[in-house]
Design a protein around this ligand. Sequence first.
Ligand code: FAD
Length: 385
Amino acid sequence: MKKTSLHVAIIGAGLGGLCLAHGLKKHGISFSIFERDDSPTSRPQGYRIRIDHTGQSALQHCLSTSAYTAFVSSCALPSTHVQTLTPQLKLIDRWVEAWTANDFDSPDLKADRTAMRQVLLEEVQDRVYFGKKWMHCEVVSTKLIRSYFEDGSTCDATLLVAADGAMSPIREKYMPHIQVQPTVNQCIYGKTLFDQITTLPAHFYTDTQIIFGNGLSAIIEAMSFEDRSSREPYIYWAIIGHEQYFGVTKQVHESRTIDVDQILANATAGWHADLVALFRAADSASVVMTSVKTSTPALLDTLPNLTALGDAVHVMSPAAGLGANTALHDARLLSDCLSRVQAGEKELSEALGWYEKAMICHSMAAVAASQKGGQTLSNPTDNRE
Ligand SMILES: Cc1cc2nc3c(=O)[nH]c(=O)nc-3n(C[C@H](O)[C@H](O)[C@H](O)COP(=O)(O)OP(=O)(O)OC[C@H]3O[C@@H](n4cnc5c(N)ncnc54)[C@H](O)[C@@H]3O)c2cc1C
């Protein structure tokens, strides 16, 4: 089999798309990334993101040594303790199974999403095009797929990769059988800078607290950095639970258009004054509401030169912190498969078939664990103090 020269068009410069770009770069495969947003900081997308052993090993595999070192140094200092508490801040003995799987030889890293994206952009930014909203594509031949963007431009590639996230327009058009399903859970997340609230008990500024309320749970995590001159420390918080406790039944996606502050105040009424103060002190613009979605991973069964990774094909609840880690794992698998095509060891169709089976197998387990995590967090409590 002779060597094949590939050009990969990646739609979406999120965590999965950027990790794939690094993997391709390492293998000497040509690529371009097209991102709808005007810049990496156009909209808040969550603040703290836990990168577990799977995510770390995918990043280490795909990134250059210098980029991986920069990523690790951009992460927050590890928490000194993890406590499970009631909304009145009483210690309880309760845990979420998905989190106990944390491998203590390789503890999760607390990445700041914006910093992580900056690091991931660094070595590939000459091939990332912002303000490029993908609209549709056309198979020109077995070796050429053409993408059309909102601004009228086009891009030809050997392979198109949908890395365009939970609301993927590519999935909707070309893989309509992969359905994103609503769940009964909602999530509100935000960040409060250390400077915005200085009166909390000391452990809020160093530790992780998990609050189990009645039908609602919260994760609260200190994000302080070794280099404080370049990154302001903050407390990340996310509240997740059954929609009835938020008083909102409609589906929202990363929304600030509804009255999130009022919904948050109602949902956490009666919680300890320190918690209420923490949520209230957050800059309103940083507080976002999103409905929790899930999906059933399935074979892509799509155009011959189209594949997908990450949330685009397996949206999952954020409850177990697995969505990004799974997207990074996909990126690793896909870049390795494509390296074999470029080397002439496999046909593109065969490599994509292998990738999709491995990706689905891994993501099914992650979706199931996330669903279980979501149920645990939204079940009315049985708090044993
Ligand atoms: C509150 C919260 C906390 C979370 N915490 C964790 C955690 O701790 N650990 C974890 O592993 N996961 C976590 N997740 C899940 C994680 O954020 C996602 O699974 C992850 O971002 C998916 O990466 P992705 O690359 O597939 O998609 P994304 O990161 O969403 O990237 C998709 C990109 O595609 C772009 N795009 C969309 N449409 C178009 C278009 N038409 N044209 C061009 N570009 C387009 C988007 O602008 C975006 O930049 C959390 C999620 C939430 C909501």
